[in-house]
Write a protein that binds this ligand. Structure first.
Ligand code: X90
Length: 280
């Protein structure tokens, strides 16, 4: 039985190093478009070069989710397929995945496909992808993997710190009202992926120290007990290090890893942005 783990490029994981036998990982890119340029968020994308280009351009940058055909193609050649996408409330990616997988099933009716709306992005999806691989390694059946990954997604969460929200606002993913005051006076927006998969504002704070202690406080309040943490950031290496230290000070044996942020998340989280997925 050949397996495929498929994620869109809101997932930062570019390669699964200890991938299960007979399993392939496919990352389906979203795209970022400015003027006549199209940046495909795949393995070859130079994220830094793209971000610099955007900050130097006055034209509007937009994003586009993968087509159903792209998902259909990604599915080809496997019997058991698990797809995980960015939240369906901010992107059409989940919808495309559902349509694409149905198209594949019309041709290959014996294929098992499970599509997960992560109701999240970035680090939380990174955790889900890691876990799908762990479950496949345990030689479980498709139905067992499906059941266990559903349970797992109820025990993962996403928090973020944003210093700029211009691209979210310009692309209609965040209201101007909520975004107000961010970008000024060292104000940082702390938020989480809500249970419905929307961007939920929790606090506006001034300064990095405050922001980091709020993040750890939120983690603990939501039930974090020292499980895995996957952090990605956009030009915020120092803040990442401080955050990692603070988590380890509270939970010395936690696995806290940095995964290089994808192009899509870098564009929306912007410079100074941090996204953190964790297990509760
Ligand atoms: O389909 C598309 O064009 C993609 C649109 C994606 C827009 C949102 C990306 C958000 C990433 C902001 C942090 C908040 C995450 C909240 C998740 C529920 C960065």
């Amino acid at each position: 039985m050949k397996w495929k783990i498929i994620a869109d490029s809101s997932c930062n994981v570019r390669e699964i190093k200890d991938i299960a036998e007979n399993t392939e990982y496919v990352r389906v890119p979203l795209t970022l478009n400015v003027e006549e340029k199209v940046y495909i968020d795949d393995y070859n994308l130079n994220v830094e070069e793209m971000i610099e280009y955007f900050y130097n351009s006055s034209s509007k940058v937009t994003s586009a989710c993968p087509s159903p055909e792209a998902y259909k193609k990604a599915c080809e050649g496997a019997e058991n397929i698990i797809i995980v996408t960015i939240t369906g409330s901010l992107s059409g990616s989940y919808n495309s995945a559902v349509i694409g997988s149905n198209m594949l099933k019309e041709e290959y009716s014996n294929t098992n496909i499970h599509v997960i709306d992560s109701k999240s992005a970035s680090g939380e999806i990174d955790l889900i992808v890691e876990e799908i691989n762990n479950l496949i390694k345990q030689n479980l059946s498709f139905e067992e993997v499906k059941q266990k990954i559903t349970e797992y997604t109820n025990k993962t969460k996403l928090l973020f710190i944003l210093e700029k929200v211009d691209n979210l606002v310009k692309n209609g993913r965040l209201s101007k009202f909520i975004g107000g005051a961010i970008g000024l006076l060292n104000i940082k927006l702390i938020g989480q992926a809500s249970n419905e998969g929307t961007l939920e504002l929790l606090h506006k704070v001034r300064g990095t120290k405050k922001a980091l202690s709020k993040i750890v406080e939120e983690m603990i309040n939501s039930g974090y007990k020292g499980g895995k943490v996957r952090i990605s950031h956009c030009y915020a290496e120092e803040t990442f290090k401080e955050l990692k230290e603070l988590i380890l000070k509270n939970f010395p044996s936690a696995s806290v890893l940095n995964i290089k942020m994808s192009g899509l998340c870098s564009f929306y989280a912007e410079k100074g942005g941090i996204m953190l997925g964790y297990e509760i």
